[in-house]
Write a protein that binds this ligand. Sequence first.
Ligand SMILES: [Zn+2]
Length: 135
Amino acid sequence: MGCELCSEVGGELLWQGPLCRIVLVNEPGYPGFCRVIWRSHVREMTDLSEPEREFLMRTVFSVEAVLRELLQPHKINLASLGNIAPHLHWHVIPRFENDPHFPQPVWGQQQRDPQHETRADLGIKLAARLASMLG
Ligand SMILES: [Zn+2]
């Protein structure tokens, strides 16, 4: 059926549990751009049971907390769109005042060239913090 999030990891795998995974997305100018991807092909939050929803959001908030700790962004953007890939996933995006789209959403019109480079060890650091937080 050609769902990209069913067939591919979708980034650098940072953490994986039985229900979802966390990946670091390689997006120029956006260090720490993560996605939390539900494992099975589910369309909407309301397709999950209440405990599943709670688990997913707890995971999203753990990613947010770790990104704040490691990168001290100006703002965190949380988004679940899925118009192109209707497979439940959350974007957790650290935002900086000089990032390519600020103050627009990352899907809006680009305002400037990328300023921030992703440090090579960021994925390793994120994975270690997430492992200690999520088990
Ligand atoms: Zn899928």
